[in-house]
Design a binder for this molecule. Structure first.
Ligand code: GAR
Length: 197
């Protein structure tokens, strides 16, 4: 069994999908810890309910706003927990340095669009869906990909398309993309990587 560390920043519905699919879709790994860069992230409650250890590491409050220190602390926690694979499940800070070297090809991110559309710096959360709606695309979706030094630029593992519907708002679209794509392909991508390494 590979040991999985999950990084979150918010509600943690993707974390919940991972927890719920342990043993069914995720057969080659288990979630051993959850780390959040926000102390008020609801995902921390989800982890606690599932009996998973948690840690909060904040860039400004704990690391003096220093990127290298922030990455170092997260990396040190992952090492302490003997993590093999890191999953960014709605983690809205950019990772770099040490963590990317130590965990090369072992960090998975879920992004709420069909990369290479609506991705890169500044495209996260609802902003992605606002951009898709204002561009007027008829199909969007989600992408599970490996993380490298280019924001949303690592190798694509899985993608799933979702249709835009009449009357969509960013919030409605976000919910449909989560339900029809993210919560399905993220656990599948995690299993792919755990099985392969
Ligand atoms: C998800 O839609 C995820 O794809 C997105 O943030 C949301 C987090 O929701 N991630 C990004 O935009 C990364 N660039 P969650 O906390 O309920 O899983």
């Amino acid at each position: 069994m590979k040991r999985i560390g999950v990084l979150i920043s918010g509600g943690g519905t993707n974390l919940q999908a991972l927890i719920d699919k342990q043993g069914s879709v995720i057969k080659s790994g288990e979630i051993v810890c959850v780390c959040s860069n926000r102390s008020d992230a609801y995902g921390l409650e989800r982890a606690k309910k599932a009996g998973i250890p948690t840690r909060v590491i904040r860039k400004n409050a704990d690391c003096g706003g220093d990127d290298a220190e922030f990455n170092h602390r997260i990396c040190a926690y992952m090492k302490e927990m003997d993590v093999d694979v890191i999953v960014l499940a709605g983690f809205l800070a950019i990772l770099g340095g040490e963590l990317l070297t130590e965990y090369a090809d072992r960090i998975i991110n879920i992004h709420p669009s069909l990369i290479p559309s609506f991705c890169g710096d500044g495209f996260y959360g609802l902003k992605v869906h606002e951009a898709a709606l204002s561009y007027g695309v008829k199909v969007t979706g989600a992408t599970a990909h490996l993380v490298n030094e280019i924001t949303d630029g690592g190798r694509i593992l899985l993608q799933k398309a979702v249709y835009i519907e009449d009357g969509d708002t960013p919030e409605l679209l976000q919910k449909r993309v989560m339900e029809q794509a993210e919560w399905i392909i993220l656990p599948e991508a995690v299993e792919m990587v755990c099985k392969q390494i």
